[in-house]
Design a protein around this ligand. Sequence first.
Ligand code: IMP
Ligand code: MG
Length: 173
Amino acid sequence: MPIERILFTEEQVNARIKEVAAEISAKFQGRELKLVGVLKGSVFFLTALARAIDIPVKIDFLAISSFGGDTPGMVRIAKDLDDPIQDEDVLLVEDIVDTGLTTRYLLQTLAGRSPRSIAICTLLDRTVRRIVPVPVDFRCFEIPDRFVVGCGLDYKQLYRNLGYIAVMNPDRG
Ligand code: IMP
Ligand code: MG
């Protein structure tokens, strides 16, 4: 398998998700939260997070597709949310914020639907590659400028189901 090294073990990931879930539960205490996941990368993180949050949560998903080839940020919504988010506290749950272009697009799109509030939670944050600023409210890990897989993140649709986060070296495929 083209795994170069493990960045965060399954135990580290699970422990950190619990810490962030506690932060989120404290911040939204007494309220209901709608978790909005971006298919497919955020599914594993979102379900682990949802189980560890101890306030009432609803979940909904959207999917995006890119139309600019390899140009980052050229995205559109391919599958929209099932339900409106008007007057709800929304937490956008991402697998990774990299250039920030996808997250900014989603943030602007969702903000236009009059939620009561909108915040961003990401499993991984690679700030060294940021092109546009994104207000990340909750994040599990900052990572270096290397391509990673696991915990929902894929390489050619593979490796999403790994419980750990690993740096990938395609030459070892
Ligand atoms: P953006 O550059 O912030 O717009 O990130 C766009 C998307 O690229 C993320 O949601 C991921 O699906 C994907 N992506 C970025 N970096 C990685 C990586 O290291 N591994 C796997 N997918 C990645
Ligand atoms: Mg991907």
